[in-house]
Design a protein around this ligand. Structure first.
Ligand code: DOR
Ligand code: ZN
Length: 341
């Protein structure tokens, strides 16, 4: 069996910085032509200049002969002013602004504690059409970690959309049926879905031992939510598109007393998505999800070249060099039934 698709893009990706780029950039460029690059570095990417300098470091890490177009984002913080938004809109290389509720995830301590403090910036985004990419979880300690996404929809996102109905929003890495339903009820919105949230549910992480390499944020949920994500991703609905949220951390940072959130999925992401779509007899919908819906949402052209997957088993490497450390791959050491040729 062989499957040829328009070359896909990854609409949510963490590449990290420095020597890590020598691993992450080729691992993504092998499959994807473009990726939306997350700005949660230390310090966070809050200016157009910093985003363009980061883009150059990414391209410097691209092996010759490979092509890749990093689509940059800014990290929403109080210093991201309306004039920064105007500058971002004028730059061909910046495609969005990322909202991290303060304390929600990796390097989010510089994020937004209260949306009212950035309202004029958000108004400028609504006026200019620059998308807001959202990590949709509340951070209130009293809210259970498994409920944080659903509570965010009610407490934060609904009022925001009500106040700024023309704001273009991508709800990133959705993990619940609540989010699927919310996105469908707001036809202007988009949403990304990771491969790990399609493959796993919380039992996989917690039953029979704790598996730190499956710990990510938003955290894996129960199977009924996973089923809703599979249904949305494989439906062909143009609001849902591929975003890996591939988020590598050194093994020592994952296998620790207080392990970091994130799964390194980029190297075999397309092969794993294909496995899921095949398992649900929806392979014919993979191209819309992976290669059409994302560029259509962002108003960018679809890629013109193709990639081909063949039904041939290969073993995902267990780990890879990652700067001076190593990073485990999702499903490392295990077989995947599709191979990219
Ligand atoms: O699992 C995650 N890892 N979720 C996020 O939101 C951030 C990411 C990271 O940067 O490590
Ligand atoms: Zn992310």
């Amino acid at each position: 069996m062989e499957l040829t698709l328009t070359r896909p893009d990854d609409w949510h990706l963490h590449l990290r910085d420095g020597a890590a780029l020598l691993t992450t950039v080729p691992d993504t460029a092998r499959t994807f032509h473009r990726a939306i690059i997350m700005p949660n570095l230390r310090p966070p990417v809050t200016t157009v200049e910093a985003a363009l300098a980061y883009r150059k470091r990414i391209l410097d890490a691209l092996p010759s002969g490979m092509s890749f177009d990093p689509l940059m984002t800014l990290y929403l913080a109080p210093e991201v002013s309306p004039s920064t938004i105007q500058k971002a809109v004028a730059s061909a290389n910046i495609q969005g602004v990322k909202l991290y509720p303060r304390g929600a995830t990796t390097n989010s301590d510089a994020g937004v504690a209260d949306l009212h403090g950035v309202m004029t910036t958000l108004e400028t985004m609504a006026e200019t059409g620059l998308p807001l990419l959202i990590h949709g979880e509340v951070t209130d300690r009293s809210v259970d970690i498994f409920d944080r996404e659903a509570v965010f929809l009610d407490k934060t996102l609904d009022p925001l959309i009500e106040r700024l109905p023309t704001l273009r929003v991508v709800l990133e890495h959705i993990t619940t049926k609540d989010s699927v339903d919310f996105v469908k009820a707001h036809p202007r919105m988009g949403a990304t879905i990771t491969v790990h949230h399609l493959m796993y549910e919380r039992n996989d992480m917690l039953v029979g031992g704790i598996r730190p390499h499956l710990y990510c944020l938003p955290i894996l949920k129960r199977s009924s939510h996973r089923n809703a994500l599979i249904e949305a991703a494989t439906s062909g609905d143009s609001q849902f598109f591929l975003g890996t949220d591939s988020a590598p951390h050194a093994i020592s940072e994952k296998e620790s007393d207080c392990g970091c959130a994130g799964c390194y999925t980029a190297p075999f992401a397309l092969e794993l998505y294909a496995e899921i779509f095949e398992a649900y007899s929806k392979l014919e919908r993979l191209e819309a999800f992976a290669s059409h819906n994302g560029p259509d949402f962002y108003g960018l052209p679809r890629n013109t070249d193709t990639v081909t997957l063949i039904k041939k088993e290969s073993i995902i490497p267990f780990a890879k060099a990652f700067g001076e450390n190593e990073v485990r791959l999702l499903r490392g050491g295990e077989p995947v039934t599709w191979s990219l040729v």
